[in-house]
Design a protein around this ligand. Structure first.
Ligand code: AP5
Length: 216
């Protein structure tokens, strides 16, 4: 069996990163995530491009999309080095979806859905390890020692875009820009809608059986 080519799509906080980690462990594929790539290059100079703002940071902190030309290149390079992947955070608008068609085919498209209220709770309460990136939640998934990562002892911080205002804007941007991409994929044989409101373990059980069905 060839290594699976998986797209995971859904609103901010739907669990794309959480479930991508499971997919990477289970299938030994690459995790291609534009969000992590951009966070690692937040202060990249964009002034040579015809953009409104000079760095990815300026877009991300407001919860707006970083310009397509920046993310298209990140994904193109990552895909050309991957043998099987889970693509997380891209495409986020219909132009990016068109660009992706020219880069690769997909075996399965997992569309996670979660209510807006639950997404706001998950994101505003999320804390992440500044060193290893592990996720926690102030109520639902607390570390053993407050503010300290169980995995590596790193400091737990709130992402700049997990403030209430930025989260509301990210959800609005999702409705306007990314929902049309999901509408465009719906109806394809590879498309599967997944209920993202169950426990992480329940969501993973559904995802695993879906991927196995589409790739065996
Ligand atoms: P990105 O990093 O992609 O963020 P996002 O899509 O907003 O998604 P998140 O990482 O916030 O959430 P997630 O769905 O991965 O959920 P997670 O598993 O962490 O993008 C950030 C920014 O970068 C964008 O706003 C934009 O500016 C820029 N950008 C990125 N890609 C771009 C692109 N293609 N074009 C232009 N700009 C781009 O889970 C969230 C929380 O919920 C965690 O605390 C977790 O523990 C918890 N949780 C997960 N699953 C469950 C569950 N089943 N039940 C209860 N809690 C759960």
């Amino acid at each position: 069996m060839a290594a699976p080519r998986i797209l995971i799509i859904g609103p901010p906080g739907a669990g794309k990163g959480t479930q991508s980690s499971n997919l990477v462990s289970e299938y030994g594929i690459d995790h291609i995530t534009t969000g992590d790539a951009l966070r690692a290059n937040k202060d990249m100079d964009l002034s040579h491009l015809d953009t409104d703002r000079d760095t990815p940071r300026a877009y991300m902190e407001a919860g707006d999309l970083v310009p397509d030309e920046v993310v298209n290149e990140i994904v193109d390079t990552a895909l050309s080095n991957a043998d099987g992947f889970v693509l997380d955070g891209y495409p986020r608008n219909t132009d990016q979806a068109e660009e992706l068609e020219s880069m690769t085919g997909l075996d399965v498209i997992l569309s996670l859905s979660v209510s807006r209220e639950e997404l706001i709770d998950r994101l505003t309460g999320r804390r992440v390890c500044d060193d290893c990136g592990e996720n926690y939640h102030v109520e639902f998934d607390q570390p053993e020692t407050e503010g300290v990562c169980d995995e590596c002892g790193g400091e737990l911080i709130q992402r700049d875009d997990d403030t209430r205002d930025a989260v509301e804007n990210r959800l609005d941007v999702f409705d306007e820009e990314t929902q049309p991409v999901i509408d465009h994929y719906e109806g394809r044989d590879e498309f599967v809608a997944i209920d993202g409101e169950g426990t992480p373990a329940d969501v993973w059980t559904e995802i695993k059986s879906t991927v196995d069905e589409h790739t065996n």
